[in-house]
Design a protein around this ligand. Structure first.
Ligand code: PEP
Ligand code: CO
Length: 486
């Protein structure tokens, strides 16, 4: 048994997945060009530093113990075009606002992870589709091919393009958070004009007012630890680790300062300069203490419901990256299979190493969740239980558009909270497909969107997302039910 990410595990290497059967594989026709692009990726710097990954590991360990709550959210799939200031800003804003509602209502610190800066690949049910009578390859996300029917051949150059779009997104998120963007959105200027029901609007307004009061109070007393939490916003990124060529190229052996003798917190507190940090890093590197394999493309990665085969390539790749990881758990997962997956992915029994992102559909929670909870309770694995109330509740609207009903999403979350409580367990997080924009892709919510309104602002080319107000609806609802737990 070796520590996760350890370089001493000779049975694993960043490319050992290549010997396994792989689902949703990409057939590149130009292998020479693929090698050129992979070599380029390998030469580029990490998108996230190992120290931040270590920080997230610690926070998720706390979530697995019920001391923090995880909020994950973002697009089903990012596009290169969506890498623009408004869309990035709106998504960060809604995630911040939701987290604040939840911290306030649930009285628990919230970990924010955005499905952003790398969420460019999609598993598809079929590799081909018929367009205007012609059979063409399906669109699989811009890291692989183009939306245009004439651009469906997987192009290796897109791997590097995805890296640079991720880097740009990440850079902009960091610049926003480093320049008081969080302050500006806490909790002033919240737009509730779309809330149709007068009582609901009043209730939300009251909550926001009391949030604003607490926030102002915290700022006034300044030195309070809570105020510091708000002022130094942690924000993490995540995507589905589907394209293993890309993930492998960004997997690096690193000896992070924070897990070695030197503690990164003390570096920050003491305000050490870049050069002194580098000196210390050099010293610890020279001893090669605690070197681990990190996937540096994101802080957190997850395995999709379609690629979680026990003997498959994705589980093999994920089992020894140091990052905290997620596994989507759908209704076809058998309880004993879940335990076997955990035994592989969390062989060292590290709290919060694995986040189980359950996505059954509102009607299937009762049938599946209790058995899954009991199976995990029978082991030494301490997971983060996270509810994805979106992917099991996708339906086709009469117009032919894919949609989700907010009632189903709400029901799935409530059933998760109740079931966990009944099983002497606790829901530790939610995973949502959302955007900060006013799209009309899901029905229901306090704006009362209906099927016939969907075409007015339906922008997703993939799964339907909650819009700004529907996302807030969910945050208000979670904070209300989490406390009651019934
Ligand atoms: C997704 O999260 O976009 C997705 C495809 O989910 P799942 O793997 O649960 O189907
Ligand atoms: Co999706």
């Amino acid at each position: 048994m070796t520590i996760t990410g350890s370089v001493g595990d000779n049975s694993w290497s960043p490319d050992s997945w290549r010997d396994r059967e792989i689902k949703h594989n990409v057939e590149y026709t130009d292998s020479k060009e693929l090698n050129v692009q992979i070599a380029k990726l390998k030469s580029l710097p990490p998108l996230v530093p190992a120290e931040e990954i270590e920080n997230l590991r610690k926070q998720l360990a706390k979530a697995s113990q019920g001391e923090m709550f995880l909020l994950m959210g973002g697009d089903c799939a990012e596009t290169f075009e969506s890498c623009n200031s408004n869309e990035i800003m709106d998504k960060i804003k809604i995630l911040l606002q939701m987290s604040l509602v939840m911290i306030w209502g649930m009285r628990i610190p919230v970990i924010r992870i955005a499905r952003m800066a790398g969420q460019y690949a999609k598993p598809r049910s079929s590799s081909t589709e018929v367009v205007d009578g012609n059979t063409v390859l399906t669109f699989r996300g811009e890291i692989l091919n183009g939306m245009d029917v004439n651009d469906r051949k997987p192009d290796p150059k897109r791997l590097v393009e995805a890296y640079f779009h991720s880097a740009t997104t990440m850079n902009y998120i960091r610049s926003l958070l480093g320049n008081n963007f969080a302050d500006l959105n806490f909790p002033h200027n919240w737009n509730l004009e779309w809330v149709k029901n007068e009582d609901v609007r009043q209730e939300y307004t009251n909550i926001i007012k009391s949030l604003a009061d607490s926030f102002d109070f915290m700022k006034t007393i300044g030195n309070n630890p809570l105020a510091q939490t708000v002022n130094s916003i942690d924000f993490f990124t995540a995507h589905e680790g589907l394209v293993l060529e890309y993930e492998e190229a960004l997997t690096r052996k690193i000896s992070p300062i924070s897990v070695n003798k030197t503690n990164s917190d003390s570096l920050i507190k003491n305000n050490l300069s870049f050069s002194s940090v580098a000196d210390l890093a050099k010293k610890s590197n020279s001893r090669n203490v605690n070197e681990y394999y990190y996937n540096t493309s994101a802080h957190f990665l997850w395995i999709g419901d379609r690629t979680r085969q026990i003997d498959g390539a994705h589980v093999e790749y994920f089992r020894n990256i140091r990052n905290p990881i997620g596994v989507k758990v759908g209704p076809t997962m058998k309880p004993d299979e879940l335990v076997r997956i955990l035994d592989i992915l969390d062989s060292n029994f590290e709290d919060g190493r694995v986040t189980l992102i359950t996505r059954y559909g509102a009607k299937n929670v009762d049938k599946n969740l209790p058995a899954h909870i009991r199976a995990v309770q029978g082991t030494r694995h301490k997971v983060v239980w996270c509810c994805d109330p979106c992917h099991g509740n996708t339906v086709t609207s009469p117009s032919g558009l894919k949609t989700r009903n907010l009632d189903d999403i709400t029901t799935e979350i409530k059933k998760n909270i109740i079931t966990h409580n009944e099983c002497n367990s606790k829901l530790n997080g939610v995973h949502l497909e959302l955007t900060g924009d006013y799209v009309t892709e899901c029905i229901g919510g306090s704006e009362h969107l209906e099927h016939h309104t969907l075409p007015t602002k339906y922008k997703s080319f993939c799964d339907p997302r909650l819009n700004y107000l529907q996302s807030l609806d969910i945050a208000f609802m979670i904070s209300k039910y989490f406390q009651k737990g019934e």
